[in-house]
Structure formats: structure tokens, C-alpha cells
Write a protein of this length. Sequence first.
Length: 322
Amino acid sequence: MAVRAERLASVDQDVESDADDENPGPSTSKKQKMSAKSVGAAKYRTKFQKEWLKVYPFVQEVKDNPHKFLCNICMRQVACDHQVLQQNLVNTMKTCPFTLAIDGSTDTGVEKMNPLTVRIFNAEYAMNYALKNLPINDPMLINATFVNYDTKDDATFSQVEYFVQRFGELLPFTPARELELLQEEFTDYQLLMHDAIPSDVWNKAVTDEDEHTTYHRMDIVWHHLSSLKAPDGNPRFNRLSKIAKVVLVIPHSNAQEERIFSMVRKNKTCFRPNLDPKGTLSSILTVKLATKQECHQYEPTKEVLNKAKSATWEYNKQHHNQ
């Protein structure tokens, strides 16, 4: 739920002492002196204002205590002191099980954040929504687990067959003899021990680790498996490695495609509208995607310079002949 909380409008505040109404208070002149000296002090509290509902639609009045409000998100009662209303609200949100993000004004003062934008994500609701809408039970995701070397003992050959049937044009292993050889490779793969893969490959494949588990990149592991040789000199996992590569290149999101679209917009601008998507623009994108460093830091090698000169010479020669 996104809530946009703008600065409170100037409203008449009912300042009231903490003293019990049943006890006699100080004289009128003494009250005036106290108010002049202590307005905004902690012992003065503000009653809940109806105007706040327009600004904070997720708060609610507490009937038995006019000096507090109820936050409908975290179900907590918060004191509505005039000077620290927004601060109390923000602090209460920070201690509850949801994320608080603030943007808008760059001023960090609570009272000066105008506008104050708060995005609230209830953790339990978010988890239930994810479990309900994400394709966790998608057959492709379930069958793709055979590529995980750490859990290969729990895999079945039917998971491999799923991809052979789904991507038949890429994986021509549907004939009976091919399936038989593929099953032999899969059995050999399941019988491999952990030390069958060198330690340097495992170290290179590490992506993250905690106290109990170490996580590895399966593309690095399968790159090594695809290079293994059988006693007759042929690839040991010729068919199975091809299926694993198909599984590993399946995109899990369209984030990379969106980055490329953004890169296209940055290069093909209104000042350069004639860049050919199949020519110059494609070459620019290829260079930028392949190069991780900034363009002003790139120093071409002599080989690259020689090839560039040779290509330029060939282009000028053909252009001159025309």
C-alpha cells in the first residue's frame, strides 16, 4: 500500500495538560505563564484531529484515549504529540514487519519532508501474494532442478525427458536409441562423487555462502562436466550437457532485455535517429555489452587497432571502386 503523507495543514491544536481533570489545576494566570514557556513540551499532548485522516488514511481515532491514534498497518497505538507526530509514526513503522522507504524532498528533517512518501509492504501479505502468484509450481522450474549437482541424487530421468520433448528442435534425442544413450549418461551423472569435480572449479563457482550452506553457479560446474571425456575419447556427457545448457540459458526474468531497451534509447536519440539497428547500432550495443569498463578507460590492443585499420582500408577500397 502506498501512502503519500504531505505536511500537516495548520490546524487549531487543543493543548491539554497531563494532569487529571478531577484534580484542581493551577490558576488562570499560572496556566498562561506555563503555556507561554512550555508550548510543545513533552507533557503537553494533542488530541486526535479529524483533518489527519485526509493526510494519513491508515490512522484511526482511539475512542477511549483522544491523545493517541491507531495505526491500521501495524495495529499499534501511537501518542499524537504535536511536535513529534510524524516522527512517532515513522518510528512505529520502522519497528514493524514491513519496509519503509522515503523519497521526495531531500530534506531529512521530519517536519520538513514535503512531500513525505511512504511505501509500506506487509511482510506476511507479500509472502502470501508471492506464493500465490509466482510460478513456483511451473513444470519447467520443477524439472529444471536436475542440473543442480548438489541435489542430483533426488533427480529423475523424467525431468530430462521433459526438456527433450519440449525443445525437440534443439534437442534431437527423441529416437529410442538416443533416449537409451541419454539415460546411460544421466545414470553416470548421478553416480559421480563430489570430488569428481576439481576443487578449483568448485571455488570458481562459489556465489554465496552462510554458516551452513555454500551456493555454486551450475553453469561453471556444467562447463566442466561438458569437457569430461569417456574412455573411448568421446565426450562423457555429450547429450546431457546440451540439455543442461538449454536449461541454464532459460531467462528467469526480462530484466536484461529491459536494460538493452534502455541502452538503445540512450544511443539512438533524436540527434542520431538514423542508426541502423542491424548495423551501427547493433555494433555499438555489442561492444558495450561485452565491455564492463567505462568507454574512456578502454585502451584497444594493437591487434584490435590493426584489424580496425584493415577493415577501414577494405571499406575505402570497395567504396572507391564503386
